[in-house]
Design a protein around this ligand. Structure first.
Ligand SMILES: Nc1ncnc2c1ncn2[C@@H]1O[C@H](COP(=O)(O)OP(=O)(O)OP(=O)(O)O)[C@@H](O)[C@H]1O
Ligand SMILES: [Mg+2]
Length: 302
């Protein structure tokens, strides 16, 4: 478990993280979501003891990072900036990490297998593609077989196959009973991976909720319907006690009714339909509403 309590980080006059209090629990994937500059990486660096909090506290299974005897065996992390020594092979890179953390050498083969890099173990990472580099970072995180894993934007720049692989890996790690904390700025990505959701904006906590609840509260279902005779459609639907909301394309959105019912009303009134579909408000929109006002780098619309 990771516990943050009133965690704050200022860089000069700039507050990057402000009064963050939440817990990341084992057995589930917790998504850490926020727009660019929200403070996700800063928070993760503080969890790992790479950045010192201005105030507040972070605990990993009750201890501060610098109190963990062999940290890699407690918490493994993939951070934004990858720091791989360019002259070392993938194997040697992992060996150095293993030796300084009391991890047996045979574990290196296991993690290389797990991330699919066994074939390039003796190659130097400077020739690696983005995806291979990401896999090596994940291998480092898994090396100490830690109970807690943290990934900062792990799918950035990956192809669909790589994204699929990371998603499944995170779910697998969580179902083993581990604590999995993963950041992203894409709600749609989190909806597919995370069971729990922590949202921040400009360093502040905006939401701490289960994914299921977030989806239920934010993705209202509705029916989209369009006819070449929109006015008669509107009157028919309103006559049946529904509230059709006109759309710019001439269609209507209708809430609180099955699509079949809308089709039946249209048929009963002899109306031709060019579209009748069930839709769901996008989670990305809900996320944008939630973080609106706390987006740091915003292009002006116009
Ligand atoms: N070393 C630093 N010195 C000064 N300001 C910093 C430093 N690191 C981060 N910041 C500022 O703190 C804020 C939070 O940055 P952070 O990198 O944690 O955001 P993020 O949520 O990870 O964003 P992104 O999605 O772009 O990765 C930003 O405004 C950033 O400019
Ligand atoms: Mg970041």
């Amino acid at each position: 478990m990771i516990e943050l309590s009133e965690l704050t980080k200022r860089y000069g006059g700039k507050t990057a993280v402000e009064g963050l209090t939440f817990a990341v629990r084992p057995g589930v994937v917790t998504g850490f979501l926020g727009p660019n500059g929200a403070g996700k990486s800063t928070t993760m660096r503080m969890i790992l003891g790479l950045d010192r909090p201005t105030s507040g506290d972070v605990r990993i299974d009750g201890k501060r990072y610098d109190q963990l005897p062999e940290p890699l065996t407690y918490i493994g992390a993939l951070l934004e900036a990858r720091s791989v020594h360019p002259g070392r092979t993938a194997y040697h890179h992992l060996l150095c990490l293993a030796q300084s953390n009391g991890v047996p050498e045979r574990r290196i083969g296991e993690v290389l297998d797990l991330v699919g890099l066994s074939g390039v173990a003796r190659k130097r990472p400077k020739g690696f593609s983005l995806g291979m580099g990401q896999r090596l970072g994940i291998a480092s995180a898994l090396l100490g077989d830690p109970k807690i894993l943290m990934f900062d934007e792990p799918v950035n720049g990956l192809d669909p196959e790589g994204i699929h692989w990371i998603r499944n890996l995170m779910k697998q790690l969580a179902s083993d009973g581990r604590t999995v904390f993963v950041s992203s700025h894409l709600m749609s990505e989190m909806a597919l991976t995370a069971d729990h959701l922590v949202v921040i904006g400009q360093g502040r906590l905006l939401a701490d909720t289960s994914m299921a609840r977030f989806i239920e509260e934010n993705s209202r279902p509705y029916v989209q319907v369009r006819s070449p005779d929109p006015e008669r459609l509107r009157v028919s639907l309103a006559g049946a006690g529904l509230r059709p909301v006109p759309q710019p394309d001439g269609g209507f959105e209708v809430e609180g009714v099955p699509a079949a019912r809308v089709g039946e009303i249209a048929a009963a009134n002899g109306l031709v339909l060019h579209e009748l579909s069930r839709r769901q408000a996008s989670l990305e929109e809900a996320f944008m509403r939630l973080t609106h006002g706390s987006v740091e780098y915003q292009a002006r619309e116009g």
